[in-house]
Design a protein around this ligand. Structure first.
Ligand code: GLU
Ligand code: ZN
Length: 296
């Protein structure tokens, strides 16, 4: 297997030390394996993505000494692929429209009298299923609804995944580690996802697609063999393995890595300008200083 990996930032803020670690690690692994390092700009959320952040991504990565294959894959250039996959999933009866806002979901998820905290998954609050059985457009009769969020009916998706003729478990190979040290061959029954992830959003009200949908389609379209990314996405990988089976896409090898934290042990965030690569550059740091700072 040739080694093809990617770094996939969203241009919604400055790259910080955590991004630098992820990008350098993926780049170095690709070079060590004689493989390819690709860059993907995850900009489907047109309200939050900014061209100036995209430009700064290229500048920062080049300054770090990284090189990547051209042309760069920009998600906003590929929305027709996301639409086509959504059409297929819609016609297969796997999606339903959802009109809930965050407040509706919070209210419905916290409704039970027992006072226990609402369940959460990789996307935050677990969707309580409010819109699942509402009357509305139907696959087979109606085209995929537009201008509304579409959720994956997880119970149906799990049944479908179990009837593809492939193994009853979803699996992926982990060459790094999950947050609890998970590594090696990871196997789990798809039904776990009804509790762990619930009916996730695969298309947003204001733009086509969602992170989970776009990432599996793009990893396949870019022929990615190894996904190198932070361990915070380990749980999301279960969702990705399910979508890969439903969409008949290959599952790459995953290499989740440790997260870079600040002095208080908190994860770095986009707004954490103090840790922005740009700030270190302006203060006269060298690319080697950045490698040292992140422990490479
Ligand atoms: N745009 C995502 C992020 O920055 C990419 C995650 C991934 O590598 O799958 O978190
Ligand atoms: Zn809803």
């Amino acid at each position: 297997m040739t080694f093809r990996t990617r770094f996939a930032p969203s241009p919604t803020g400055p790259l910080h030390l955590g991004h630098a670690y992820s990008a350098i690690l993926a780049h170095d692994m690709a070079h060590a394996a004689g493989g390819a390092f690709l860059l993907r700009i995850e900009d489907i959320d047109r309200d939050r993505a900014r061209p100036e952040w995209e430009d700064q991504i290229y500048e920062d990565l080049a300054w770090l000494g990284l090189d990547w294959e051209r042309p760069v894959w920009r998600q906003s250039d590929h929305t027709e692929r996301y639409a086509a996959a959504l059409d297929d999933l819609w016609q297969a009866g796997l999606l339903y429209p959802c009109t809930c806002n965050r407040r509706d979901i919070l209210a419905a998820a916290s409704a039970p009298q027992d006072g226990s905290a609402p369940l959460t998954g990789p996307d935050g609050l677990l969707y309580p299923g409010t819109c699942r059985d509402k009357p509305g457009p139907r696959p087979g009769q109606d085209p995929r609804p537009e201008g509304v969020a579409l959720r994956l009916n997880m119970a149906v998706a799990v049944r479908r995944a179990l009837h593809t003729g492939r193994a009853a478990h979803l699996t992926f190979q982990e060459t790094g580690h999950g947050p609890d040290g998970q590594h090696g061959q990871i196997a789990f029954p798809p039904e776990d996802l009804t509790v762990l992830a619930g009916d996730i959003v695969l298309s947003r009200k204001d733009f086509i697609g969602s992170y989970h949908l776009a990432v599996v389609l793009d990893d396949a379209a870019q022929a990615i063999t190894h996904v190198v990314r932070g361990e915070d996405l380990f749980d999301a990988t279960a969702i990705h393995a399910l979508l890969q089976r439903l969409l008949d896409l290959p599952t790459p090898v995953y290499h989740h890595h440790r997260l870079i934290r600040d002095d208080q042990g908190r994860r770095l965030a986009k707004r954490d300008d103090a840790r922005a690569i740009r700030t270190y550059r302006d203060e006269g740091a060298t690319p080697q200083d950045i490698r040292t700072k992140v422990g490479l």
